[in-house]
Design a protein around this ligand. Structure first.
Ligand code: MN
Length: 154
């Protein structure tokens, strides 16, 4: 299971993100402020962090700085999730070391796209476009199974 950490001080937003992520099969961890987020990154080692900017104790900018300065934490993909909507904020956020940016209110399909983009980059084997053997069998119904059982009967 792929673990995604949500760092967000607003309980309603945490719950919304949790539902979207669990619905897509991710294991969800939650932190309510920046300091708790840093502790959970070390303890639980999530594959991705979705982080609010405005949080108590340490805000998102302080947390991303510490993540990028620490060689053990630096490879973690981090997406900012924030209501900042003014022109230039996106650039400021990406320059701060975030790998992506999602604006609130959250658009579920944008969330899915960011997760796919960042998790596929870090885990090539998790490519959802690969067709599984089950799907291939569904496309060719019947004949193989019937001929197998006929051979078994002779
Ligand atoms: Mn906040």
């Amino acid at each position: 299971m792929i673990k995604v950490l949500i760092a967000e001080d607003n309980a309603v937003n945490r719950e919304l993100l949790r539902e979207l992520l669990e619905g897509r099969g991710y294991t969800v961890l939650e932190a309510c402020d920046g300091q708790e987020a840093l502790r959970m990154i070390e303890e639980a080692q999530p594959e991705l962090l979705l982080m609010d900017i405005g949080m108590p104790v340490l805000d998102g900018f302080a947390v991303i700085r510490r993540i990028r300065e620490d060689p053990r934490l630096a490879p973690l993909p981090v997406v900012a999730v924030t209501a900042y909507a003014m022109r230039g904020d996106r650039e400021k956020i990406l320059k701060s070391g975030f790998d992506g940016y999602l604006s609130k209110p959250l658009n579920p399909s944008s969330l899915t796209e960011e997760l796919d983009r960042l998790l596929i980059k870090s885990r090539p084997l998790a490519d959802p476009d690969q067709i599984s053997p089950d799907q291939i069998n569904e496309d060719r119904p019947g004949s193989k199974a019937r001929s197998t059982s006929a051979t078994g009967g002779t």
